[in-house]
Design a binder for this molecule. Structure first.
Ligand code: G3P
Ligand code: MG
Length: 248
């Protein structure tokens, strides 16, 4: 009797969420290095503007949770943010980590052989969508040619604006649960992928998406058994805090 091999993702299908944020402070170069050490090929990271228009890699619209400082990105300059310890909150061994810019991050990813899922955050202090996407475009255009980039966002307008600038890049709409009219919303960007909360996955959704040639990735899943039935049904990828769990 033969048994079928366990179904699981390939290396290209696993993305380290904010880097390997289970083992290093999120959205720091240490977290991205950890992803490379684990053999990941992709990292997901979040970008937003500082008060003076620098594009920094950070999830929240304040520095309170992930640095030793405090305050809103909308009131802090890049110099203010860059001076902060972005690692001690996680573990004292990471005290030297800083909040990197997207440019610094893409440069490091190029050296590490990692590709980037750049999630554009929209925060209340962002004054202009144009300023935001211009900053993303500038950083992306300067990356090493071997570094692949995809863009994701909960904000379809940000994706639309990015698509107009860089139509060759994959665009992914982020949803907790996809809306009824997901196909129309994807077409309006246009986006060729949706990134959905893993609890919103269903075989039916994957089949429907597959018929339309739409990729589906699941966030943020840290237990491979929760996705086991979905790979065979066409799941494109997973965004996880710890890629090693999926890269066995
Ligand atoms: O890319 C998926 C995930 O990063 C979306 O949620 O809040 O972790 O940025 P969040
Ligand atoms: Mg994110």
């Amino acid at each position: 009797m033969t048994s079928s091999a366990a179904i699981g993702p390939s290396r290209d299908q696993v993305q380290a969420h904010r880097g390997t944020s289970a083992l290093a402070p999120e959205n720091t170069l240490a977290a991205f290095r950890k992803a490379a050490e684990q053999g990941a090929k992709w990292v997901e990271l979040d970008v937003a503007l500082s008060a003076d228009g620098a594009l920094v890699v950070i999830h929240d619209d304040t520095v309170d949770r992930t640095t030793a400082g405090s305050g809103s990105l909308g009131t802090l300059s890049h110099a203010d943010i860059a001076a902060l310890d972005a690692g001690s909150w996680f573990d004292p061994q990471f005290a030297a980590e800083r909040v990197p810019t997207l440019s610094q991050t893409l440069s490091a990813l190029g050296e590490l052989g990692l590709n980037a899922n750049v999630e554009i955050k929209q925060h209340p202090h962002h004054r202009s969508l144009e300023q935001l996407v211009d900053a993303v475009q500038t950083a992306i255009k300067a990356r090493a040619s071997h570094t692949e980039v995809m863009i994701s966002s909960f904000d379809p307008q940000a994706l639309r604006a990015m698509h107009l600038r860089q139509p060759e890049l994959e665009m992914a709409i982020l949803w907790g649960r996809p809306p009824e009219d997901w196909e129309a919303q994807l077409a309006s960007v246009p986006a060729s992928a949706m990134h959905v909360h893993y609890k919103a996955l269903s075989i039916g959704l994957l089949e429907e998406a597959g018929k339309s040639g739409i990729k589906v990735r699941a966030w943020t899943c840290n237990n491979p058994t929760q996705l086991i039935s979905f790979w065979d049904a066409g799941l494109t990828g997973v965004i996880t805090d710890n890629p090693a769990l999926f890269l066995k």
